[in-house]
Design a protein around this ligand. Structure first.
Ligand SMILES: Cc1cc2nc3c(=O)[nH]c(=O)nc-3n(C[C@H](O)[C@H](O)[C@H](O)COP(=O)(O)O)c2cc1C
Length: 496
């Protein structure tokens, strides 16, 4: 069963996931698609999409010769591994339809759970149309308001991983800078040309009347549901965005105001810049919300220059706290989603989860914690709308493999094991680590970490790590730091 992870992202760190990738020169298949699927944790599907017969046999690898990276990428070896090692392990065929992915948002059908979240990625007609064509089920449009929006430049910064990918992303962007009339024109055209796609209208009012008016106008122009932006951390004016989401009384009042303007389902989009989301979620439900969307971005400071002492993005020598998103925030997002999923007031209410979703497995985690739909921004900003292919095909394949008929059947299925506190955990047994000497190359990183961050339970014998069971407390730090994935949890448990 999953995950097999025979090929990992780190096996292809040199790959840049190019647009119109030159490695497509392959006469038999498109290796760039397979590489992308490996990147996005979808290697089973990638292996099954390869043509029959050993596809790289006897080939002199024009794909590798065309690679834009001078260091190159072992594409032929990766494709061969995909065919020879991953494919035989695939447990089922690629499903012939996507029926398992069909779900709904407050009773309104969704072709699949994946929507663009409110941001620049869903801010024009052309962008949404391209995303819909690519397979996204819908879009939460960039927040609509009556404010005069002037954005700063630059407005983004990021913490990057070793191979240059954006792991955490900071923005100081505000709301849509189109007029209300322009945005309503976009809604009408989108609804006319893509009637089966879901339009979630994100709005922000400045007073009760405006919340109601904006909700009504969006409904009149084709929106399927309304999302209330109580969570933008970047507003120039006080008393808007996350300033509202942090005050339950205001959340209740403005949710009620928005509900008074529309018959559509209303989601309150809440801020993670709080100790707990429950008070604001309860207030939104009291105000009539049909569900909660979360998380918006987390207030952050990144990348302080050692020369100017100014953090990024620096705008003429000044910077500001801004919203952090992307894969780095996923654990925090999941914590808030589980808080909502476990809350009794949320029974029968919709949770639209987001915060760091890049792969179908990320999406699955949000579903298991109670999300009925999923929203994505930062991964699209980094990799493009094309990620929907691996999101959908990966999740669909997983469901088929597990014999799950509908994605709706597993919403919240992981909540039973979650506790908000650690007092429920059993503390009487130790689960030892197990060392795979075939994989271990004797780097000793497990020993360094165990010595200085653990319990001095591992030593070298001829560069082979040996465990001292009398000292090991089973913390599993060694598993986490091993660069070779040569350590796993053993079955050996002892009772203290
Ligand atoms: C550049 C940028 C602009 C955003 N603009 C909005 C917005 O207008 N309204 C809103 O509700 N959220 C906005 N967000 C927040 C996202 O919708 C989303 O909640 C957050 O980024 C977490 O998801 P992600 O990790 O997939 O990006 C924005 C995020 C980014 C990165």
């Amino acid at each position: 069963m999953l995950p097999k992870n025979i090929i990992k992202r780190k096996d292809m760190l040199n790959c840049m996931l190019c647009k119109d990738a030159p490695c497509k020169v392959c006469p038999k298949f498109d290796p760039s698609m397979a590489l992308r699927s490996i990147w996005f944790n979808n290697e089973d599907v990638a292996s099954l999409r390869l043509p029959e017969g050993t596809p790289c046999m006897g080939c002199d690898a024009p794909c590798e010769k065309s690679c834009l990276r001078s260091e190159g990428l072992p594409i032929k070896a990766l494709m061969t591994k995909l065919y020879e090692e991953v494919r035989p392990m695939a447990e089922t065929d690629i499903p012939s339809d996507e029926d398992r992915l069909k779900c709904d948002l407050c009773g309104i059908p969704l072709e699949n759970p994946f929507l663009l979240s409110s941001s620049v990625v869903a801010s024009t007609y052309d962008m949404c149309a391209r995303a819909f064509e690519a397979g996204w089920a819908g879009a939460c449009f960039k927040t609509i308001c009556n404010l005069d929006i002037h954005e700063a430049s630059p407005r983004f910064s990021a913490i990057k991983g070793d191979n240059g990918t954006l792991q955490g992303f900071k923005n100081i962007e505000q709301l849509s800078d189109h007029s209300l009339a322009e945005n309503m024109g976009i809604f009408r055209k989108l609804k006319q040309n893509y009637p089966s796609k879901f339009i979630l209208a994100s709005i922000m009012g400045q007073n009760e009347k405006e919340w109601g008016d904006l909700a009504r106008i969006c409904e009149e122009n084709g929106a399927d549901a309304i999302e209330l932006n109580f969570s933008c951390p970047n507003m120039q004016e006080d008393g808007l965005g996350s300033d509202i989401g942090q005050v339950p009384e205001l959340v209740e009042r403005f949710t009620r105001a928005a509900k008074s303007g529309t018959k559509l389902p209303v989601l309150a989009k809440l801020t993670p810049n709080v100790a707990a989301m429950s008070p604001s979620a309860e207030a939104a439900i009291r105000g009539g919300a049909d569900g909660i969307a979360a998380i918006n971005t987390i207030k952050s400071i990144v990348d302080i220059s050692p020369f100017t002492f100014v953090s990024a993005p620096a705008v003429k020598g000044k910077s500001a706290v801004g919203g952090y998103s992307g894969n780095a925030v996923k654990p925090i997002a999941l914590r808030f989603i589980s808080e909502l999923g476990l809350h009794p007031d949320m029974k029968g209410k919709h949770i639209s989860g987001m915060g760091g979703i890049e792969t179908w497995r990320d999406g699955l985690e949000f579903i298991l914690m109670g999300s009925g739909s999923l929203q994505v921004t930062t991964a699209v900003m980094q990799y493009g709308y094309r990620i929907i292919d691996d999101l959908k095909s990966g999740l669909n394949y997983y469901l088929a493999q597990m014999g799950i008929k509908s994605v709706k059947d597993i919403v919240g299925a992981g909540l039973d094991s979650v506790s908000d506190t650690t007092d429920v955990l059993e503390r009487d047994t130790i689960l030892f680590p197990k060392f795979d000497n075939d994989k271990c190359i004797g780097c000793g990183r497990c020993i360094i970490s165990c010595n200085d961050g653990g319990h001095q339970a591992i030593r070298f014998e001829n560069r082979i790590p040996k465990l001292d069971g009398s000292k090991c407390v089973g913390c599993h730090l060694c598993l986490l730091v091993c660069p070779q994935d040569a350590i796993s949890p053993s079955r050996k448990r002892i009772s203290r």
